[in-house]
Ligand binder design. Sequence first.
Ligand code: 13P
Ligand code: SF4
Length: 301
Amino acid sequence: MTITEEIQALKKEKNAVILAHYYVEPQVQEIADYIGDSYYLSKVASETGAGTIVFCGVSFMGESAKALNPEKIVLMPDISADCPMAHMADTETIKNMREKYEDLAVVCYINSTAELKRHSDVCVTSANAVKIVKALPNKNIFFIPDRNLAHFIADQIPEKNFIYNEGYCPTHDKMQTEEMQKAKSEHPDAKVLAHPECPKTVLQLADYVGSTSGIIKYATESKDMEFIICTEEGVSYELTQRNPDKKFYFTDTLPVCPDMKLITLKKVLHVLKTKDNEVHMDSGLAQETRRPLNRMLELAK
Ligand code: 13P
Ligand code: SF4
């Protein structure tokens, strides 16, 4: 049996479902039942009938799936795959902001630890953040952890007062306008599609800014044939699957998330076989993490 056949057989036997983010290796995306952005995957995790969820992504994704399904087994192929940005805020600052500002909503990007989520009023992803923040009754918004996404949203909702936090994604934040300009001069007909975790200077040069699924949808529906993609290179798998005739370029410094790349087929097989790397969360934390996640799922509808 090939490794893929073994995974398929074990999946049936254990009533398991495999979820994968667009940034993981193509071989892993190939065997997944659902591939998507953070919002889509959290929605799938909240609705699945499977008893076991294998989450091919980073730890905040597994934690969110567990909080939404405390009775289910959630397995992480590599428990050390973690999003550094998820830790770039702190609960002490949240408490201080709540004391300082009346009418404050703490809006938490889903790329955050469960501990940060439990102290927040609502979660968002880049696919739904503008819609959700607009729908909130609060004037003051403390947005954690990502400063770049916060600025991108704030620019679209001038009626709200944003308070920023200094978190960032190491993979997206290091994208440079010089490299983009170079890619643009090499491919003058290409449209630039960027993720809102990129710095503002990069976003200003983009033709479209959106989540990973937004970028894929834009490229697929566009009449244009060439695109410069400013997000993690893993999206190229789905982009080329859906658009075999179109061309996709990246900056010379290829944007790679080292944590997403820790997920391999072998590790997926291993956790299915052994149930190693199960996500555990105490029931109090799960309940308090579920609250902002469910509010997101409700407001994003
Ligand atoms: P998406 O929600 O757009 O898939 O982004 C997740 C992420 O980690 C971006 O770096
Ligand atoms: Fe986190 Fe950035 Fe990796 Fe996304 S690409 S998981 S934000 S480190």
